[in-house]
Design a protein around this ligand. Structure first.
Ligand code: C2E
Ligand code: MG
Ligand code: MG
Length: 425
């Protein structure tokens, strides 16, 4: 009896820990400031390798990696820091002391590391979200003074992470298209997923795939820091197709438990203007069991592109294959009222910049009008960027039917979505 009571409690604790940790991933927390702190910790305490790791339920994300072999993500259960996060206690393996578990010592033996010191990092929710850890291939002594220094660096990192949560992070600068091409080749561009909900029933009806770059040293990089760059060349086509290929695999897995879940992917206008766009899209999906009717292509653009006859023909062709086409970021940037007429999309996604105004008279008038247009033209309408219950209630009153936003979920890793849906392993 007692056992049964403890288990769910532990599970919900693990889930809360994981949710808290993921908030740090979404902030693309690797800024030069965090990197400098980790680097300084390695140098001051005198270890060759230092890492800032964030751990969610399944995965360890190395946000900063100084001196270690390139690594971005690794299954949590195979890591040394798993025990530190679970026990919320530091661990040290050195010539003169061992405060680590047997499992940790075994892993160290396997990976050829002779010294290890790791301290837990607490996030804003008061839960342990990751570790600052030091590693060395050489056997080392570890003094109480060194341990105190490590703890001091950990508390500096906690403050820096907290600051990033509050004010956001500075963008990562791409050095060249070579970086991104290499990342695609190395499988570092992966989709994360944000749920799309039916505003009336609050049920999840699908997910939007959002590209993330698991950079081996910079950590999790947001699309804002590489998609505009990719759109300046044909690299965006590779990004879109890579995200689509991986996403349909995930959708295939979701369909084991929820066969009607939809998948939305972003497609740059530049991509759709490419002569081979339709064939490429068709073959990216063909390998999966996901029918095109369950896939929406969200047309986005951060640079201007000419939506001439070729784009229009391609939209007709993808329609014929069964895909739905949505105009993304409606109300800002590329999506204009004119395109509702010229491109004849199946739906629009209201940009979160407009959503911010739902509590103003003008914002409400505009949204009500757009909801009316969508209804008249039998288009779907998804309102993005819903963060509060009040915004959701106003959106329902104005006639919006579907929504996306932090109120329900932030973008999550593929593993997290599978777990949430209860997809069998
Ligand atoms: P988008 O397609 O309009 O995606 C929605 C963005 O809004 C996502 O940002 C999402 O994390 C964010 N968001 C969702 N709910 C909320 C909320 O309640 N509040 C706020 N403040 N933001 C919210 P993300 O993931 O950074 O993506 C940014 C943009 O990058 C996307 O905007 C899309 O235009 C582009 N993008 C992402 N993945 C791809 C891709 O695979 N291909 C192309 N071509 N573009 C992509
Ligand atoms: Mg989108
Ligand atoms: Mg959008």
């Amino acid at each position: 009896m007692k056992h049964d009571a403890v288990q769910p409690n532990r599970r919900s604790m693990a889930r809360r820990q994981s949710d808290s940790a993921r908030r740090y991933l979404d902030l693309e927390a690797t800024t030069p400031a965090l990197r400098s702190t980790v680097e300084l910790a390695a140098r001051t305490v005198g270890f060759a390798i230092a890492q800032l790791n964030v751990l969610d339920e399944d995965t360890q994300y190395t946000l900063v990696n100084i001196g270690g072999p390139p690594v971005s993500t690794i299954e949590r259960s195979s890591t040394l820091c798993d025990d530190v996060v679970r026990s919320e206690k530091p661990a040290v393996v050195a010539r003169n002391r061992v405060d680590a578990t047997v499992r940790q010592r075994n892993i160290l033996d396997q990976v050829g590391v002779s010294a290890y010191a790791s301290v837990p990092l607490r996030g804003r929710e008061g839960l342990v979200i990751g570790t600052l850890c030091l590693l060395d291939r050489m056997p080392r002594d570890f003094s109480t003074g060194q341990f105190q220094e490590l703890e001091q660096f950990a508390s500096i990192l906690e403050e820096q992470l907290d600051l990033h949560r509050r004010v956001g992070s500075t963008p990562t600068k791409l050095d060249s298209d070579h970086d991104l091409a290499g990342a695609l080749y190395a499988g570092q561009i992966v989709p994360w997923f944000q749920s799309i909900v039916d505003l009336r029933t609050k049920e999840i009806i699908g997910f939007e795939a959002l590209a993330r770059w698991h950079h081996p040293t910079r950590g999790l990089v947001s699309p804002a820091d590489f998609v505009p760059f990719a759109e300046s060349s044909e690299l965006i086509i590779d990004v879109d197709l890579e995200v689509l290929r991986q996403s349909v695999k995930e959708a295939d897995a979701w369909h084991e438990v929820r066969p009607e879940l939809r998948l939305s992917v972003n497609l740059s206008g530049r991509h759709l203007a490419h002569p081979d766009a339709v064939t490429q899209l068709q073959s990216a999906v063909a390998a999966s069991g996901v029918p095109a009717r369950l896939i929406s292509l969200e047309l986005t653009e951060t640079t201007s592109v000419n939506d001439g006859p070729l784009i229009r023909r391609h939209i007709e062709d993808v329609h014929a294959l069964g895909f739905r086409v949505l105009l993304d970021d409606f109300g800002s940037g590329w999506s204009s009222l004119e395109r509702l007429v010229t491109l004849e999309p199946d739906g629009i996604k209201i940009d979160s910049h407009l959503t911010r105004f739902v509590d103003t008279v003008r914002g409400r008038a505009l949204l009500r009008a757009l909801a009316g247009v969508a209804q008249d033209l039998k288009m779907s309408l998804i309102i993005e960027g819903i963060e509060t219950r009040e915004q959701a209630d106003i959106a329902v009153d104005l006639g919006c039917t579907m929504a996306q936003g932090f109120l329900w979920s932030r973008p999550q890793s593929a593993g997290a979505v599978r777990r949430m849906l209860g997809v069998p392993r």
